[in-house]
Design a protein around this ligand. Sequence first.
Ligand code: FES
Length: 120
Amino acid sequence: MRTLIDEEVRALCKPEEIPDGDAVGFPPAPGGFTGLMAVRQGDKVIVYLNSCPHIGTPLDWMPNRFMSNDKQFIICATHGAEFAVSNGECLKGPCKGDYLETIAHEMRDGIICVPANAGL
Ligand code: FES
């Protein structure tokens, strides 16, 4: 079977472990400093590097608190930038026009998997 990710993968979680319309964070890969976050909208999951394009700080102000109150945007805790859920574009804030870094992922046995070196 051909897969999107050829190299070694890291299993994150099942999609249903992410509340619909919300996001979950994941720690850095071993040896790394930057974690990941996965946001779910219905059947769609997008994985981003948990790093703001402004100055590289983690986005969440508390574990798994990535979203605006209305769940319409991903928010950076440091300076309040707002990012589109669908593509990570900063729509408002000091890094307007920049993008969160998208991490390639694929489903394996019902689990969201990313390259093992994602975020390194
Ligand atoms: S570090 Fe995210 S908006 Fe400044």
